[in-house]
Design a protein around this ligand. Structure first.
Ligand SMILES: Nc1ncnc2c1ncn2[C@@H]1O[C@H](COP(=O)(O)OP(=O)(O)O)[C@@H](O)[C@H]1O
Ligand SMILES: O=C(O)C1=C[C@@H](OP(=O)(O)O)[C@@H](O)[C@H](O)C1
Ligand SMILES: [Mg+2]
Length: 182
């Protein structure tokens, strides 16, 4: 059986990276990491606090460090959900290219807005017009997600379990190997 590499999920806020990452890690028997959670644990503070005190630049520095640490120490054994801005730095894109099978979870701006509207923990969306922010970010980032991704999975109009199954099936097809789906 082919060794399954690290699986890294990318995509916009609200695509379901955190939710789907956890589900597929359970099915694959791999450890799950959410990069935002790793950054928060390392900082001893939440994302909103980091943005407020250190600005987005401070957050991006922490994000790159956390990504590099994880791919170096957890090689071959984890599912990692990134934050939506991971593709903004070229050095991050290089790390993604070299170290993992990258899956882009696609969601339309309407779905992104709907799924992020019930929470307040995303500082970039604490604006008067989150729809406009999501649209602007999507225009910049969608080509970058496509640049780093091996697989692209559409998530609109799909339940999380159904998205997870679709991701697992696509990975299996791609690697032409057996993945235990529980
Ligand atoms: N396929 C889906 N259909 C409906 N709701 C979803 C789906 N995927 C995720 N969600 C919900 O959307 C919200 C954001 O999901 P999350 O996993 O935090 O996204 P991300 O990590 O990409 O920002 C959560 O409330 C989650 O339950
Ligand atoms: O898109 C972004 O720049 C961000 C996405 C967030 O993660 P999710 O994509 O998991 O919401 C989080 O990393 C931070 O608020 C910045
Ligand atoms: Mg997330």
């Amino acid at each position: 059986m082919t060794k399954v590499p690290n699986i890294i999920l990318v995509g916009p806020m609200g695509a379901g990276k955190t939710t789907i990452g956890r589900l597929i890690s359970q099915s694959m028997g791999k450890e799950f990491y959410d990069l935002d959670k790793v950054i928060e644990d390392n900082a001893g503070a939440d994302i909103s606090w980091i943005f407020e005190k250190e600005g987005e630049d401070g957050f991006r520095r922490r994000e790159t460090q956390a990504l590099a640490d994880i791919v170096q120490s957890k090689t071959q054994d984890c599912v990692l959900a990134t934050g939506g801005g991971i593709v903004m730095r070229e050095e991050n894109r290089d790390i993604l290219h070299e170290n993992a099978l990258v899956v882009y979870l696609y969601a339309s701006v309407a779905q992104q807005l709907y799924r992020t509207s019930k929470s307040t923990h995303r500082p970039l969306l604490q604006t008067g017009d989150p729809r406009a922010t999501l649209k602007k970010l999507f225009e910049v980032r969608d080509p970058l997600y496509k640049e780093v991704a091996t697989l692209v999975i559409e998530t609109d109009a799909r339940h999380p379990r159904s998205v997870a199954n679709k991701v697992l099936a696509a990975i299996k097809r791609h690697l032409n190997t057996e993945i235990i789906v529980s």
